[in-house]
Design a protein around this ligand. Structure first.
Ligand code: GAL
Length: 381
């Protein structure tokens, strides 16, 4: 009896160690495309996401997608995870939840995509923008939503959703385009005449009164603290870069068209060595296509396409290693070190979509990405 007791006392610390070791089954490297367990062992459910670094911690916000077992649509929203090392993420719960009230347009059944959070130094508030589609309307509404919180992890208070820049022309929109009278219904969708008309502002004019469409989006905060809402507008044919007000809660009405008629979405912008870079994808829904890179000297400058930034096999380059960009993340404590964050969507089970994180490397001054099945931050010089 005594012996038995002794044995259990000795084994107790071992048992604790095992439990703790098991809970802290740490991730030691990035394994793009594989299940990425959070600190509770569950695949990170933060898709189309964005990360901000605040108080020595990274916070990852993303689409919380209901798993196959979850039927309760009121648990849908924006998830938040925190991490010190970018590899091990603690689930902080839902930062923004749909509102269980049919009177609200953020009700269960609506779509929330690509949420991005930024911190406003002037107001001390965290501001979340996201692509918002209305219940039962597919992707027709093309709205952007905004929510705010005093705490980084939330809960975020939903303010409103809107189509930006109603009643204002883009800064880089020629006078003659404003006066043109050609209509969408006059032209065969996809014909050369239609494409030309789109480049010359067909949809800008159509949406002038009610505001411009805002689907895939990101937020970029420039060195001077000015924030820009970048969104796929004009039926996903053209990106709009729209300046936000100083409190980041509204649009100033200053905006430009970027790469008109070139069908870019999934924008992800970063600044390095005096230049602005933007990764985008083409528009093939959940199916991956080739990534594209564009460069500019100023955020409201001339954006130039410079081709496909992927450096893999021909097949890998055609589908960006099976991913679609969501953010290019600056790594704290390293100079000019960035991570490409992309999504490998699994439309039948979006919660299971995989995270494709790859180190940004450089080739003749431009960022490129290569495939590494298993890598860590030492890859970023
Ligand atoms: C993609 C877009 C995703 C999602 C999807 C729906 O093109 O990047 O965020 O909207 O289409 O089909």
């Amino acid at each position: 009896m005594r012996n038995h007791n002794k044995r259990s006392i000795i084994s107790l610390p071992i048992l604790f160690f095992c439990i703790i070791a098991n809970c802290q089954d740490l991730n030691h490297s990035f394994k793009p495309g594989q299940i990425w367990p959070d600190t509770q062992g569950k695949h990170i459910n933060a898709h189309g996401g964005g990360i901000i670094y605040f108080n020595d911690t990274y916070y990852w916000f993303g689409e919380y997608r209901l798993t196959r077992l979850e039927k309760d649509k009121s648990r849908y929203g924006v998830s938040c995870y925190s991490s010190k090392d970018l590899l091990n993420w603690k689930n902080e719960g839902l930062a923004l939840k749909v509102i269980n009230d049919t009177a609200s347009i953020l009700n269960p059944g609506c779509v929330i995509e690509r949420p991005k959070v930024i911190y406003n130094k002037k107001t001390g508030k965290f501001v979340m923008w996201f692509h918002h589609e209305l219940k039962g309307q597919g992707y027709k509404a093309a709205l952007t939503g905004v929510a705010v919180s005093n705490n980084i992890t939330g809960p975020y208070k939903y303010i409103r959703s809107l189509r930006p820049n109603a009643g204002v022309w883009p800064l880089n929109f020629p006078e003659e385009y404003k006066k043109a009278t050609v209509k969408d219904s006059d032209l065969k969708n996809g014909s050369d005449e239609w494409k030309l008309a789109v480049r010359e502002g067909l949809f800008i004019r159509r949406d002038f009164e009610g505001g411009q469409m805002a689907r895939d989006m990101t937020i970029f905060v420039d060195k001077d603290g000015k924030a820009y809402h970048v969104h796929a507008a004009e039926e996903n044919m053209t990106l709009h870069f729209s300046e936000l007000t100083d409190d980041y809660l509204d649009f100033t009405g200053r905006y430009i068209r970027v790469l008109p008629g070139e069908s870019n979405e999934a924008p992800a912008i970063f600044f390095s060595k005096g230049r602005y870079f933007m990764f985008t994808s083409g528009t093939t829904g959940w199916k991956p296509n080739a990534a594209r890179l564009a460069v500019a000297n100023k955020i409201f400058g001339e954006w130039k396409s410079v081709g496909n930034p992927c450096r893999g096999t021909e097949d890998e380059n055609k589908i960006a290693f099976g991913s679609q960009s969501t953010q290019i993340l600056p790594v704290n404590g390293k100079k000019n070190a960035f991570i490409y964050m992309g999504d490998r969507w699994i439309p039948e089970n979006l919660a299971d979509s995989r995270h494709i994180w790859l180190p940004v490397e450089w080739e003749n001054g431009n960022p490129v990405i290569k495939w590494y099945p298993n890598w860590n931050l030492s890859k970023l010089k």
